[in-house]
Design a protein around this ligand. Sequence first.
Ligand code: NAD
Length: 286
Amino acid sequence: FIGYQETGSLEKPAWSERTRLIGPPQAFSGRLAVVTGAGSGIGRETAYALAELGCEIVAADIDAVAAEETARECRAKTVPATAYALDVADSAGFAEFANTVQRDHGVPDIVVNNAGVGLAGGVLDATDEQIDRLLDINLRGVITGSRLFGRQMVERDLGGQIVNLASAAAFTPQRDLGVYSASKAGVLLFSESLRAELADHHIGVTAICPGIVDTAIVANTPIAGLGSDEQAARDRLVRFYQRRGFTPDKVARQIVAAIRSDKAVVPVTPEASVGYRIYRFAPWLS
Ligand code: NAD
């Protein structure tokens, strides 16, 4: 199997009328969506996709200029959109950001914790600082975003949807990707646990696990085992995944589908199938 699958065994808890996010496209109109890492790749395309559905967009990124470009493009789709500079690794700064969003825009209906980075080089070559930074962005950043906005959603008591970017790397061992994979496996299990914790509050939590998508993160991360002509091999690999639907806009559509269908949607790769089976047959995680 190649591509996306909906996992029947991982259906989220039943929703009350209060959430009203699932269902037809109109359900998204006027909803507030916060996207981190919105200045590039999957985050940017997710902001665009949600804007096209009529959501107000809060585009946050460590690169404020890139976030503003995304917001501008969203406004061109005639929805309100505001850009913020945010380092998701800075918990205090993240808390300030969450307060600002609540004060100026309201409690978000949708939060996409998407900001993430790769690590250039193998585990043995990495410094403490590099490892801390990666875990602080990829794992702690997701936990902080889910916690801060999850709390706002619980207090508001109108439900909501949190989508966290994990990766097929969460269940696919790959040489040189140990720290990145650890961060993403953490995101996956964190999200599954949080789903159970927030279910009674009608807040859905989904972890999305794409395979390789041709974005800046991939261009900046060495992929082990590509051989001597690395660029050609990298291009082939990227094309392989592109043909199977792993492009930023298609992953964005899967994120929207996950929100809309109220089911966990886990994009998997052939390589991930073993891990995927484990994931599927562990419904007690949900
Ligand atoms: P990308 O590099 O194109 O985009 C990542 C964005 O996050 C950038 O705009 C960057 O400025 C921002 N960012 C980085 N550090 C930040 C920080 N500390 N605070 C706030 N923003 C920060 O990469 P992408 O492929 O679009 O990645 C998006 C997410 O998808 C990441 O979590 C990544 O791990 C995940 N993912 C990517 C792939 C892939 O192959 N591209 C596969 C699976 C999962």
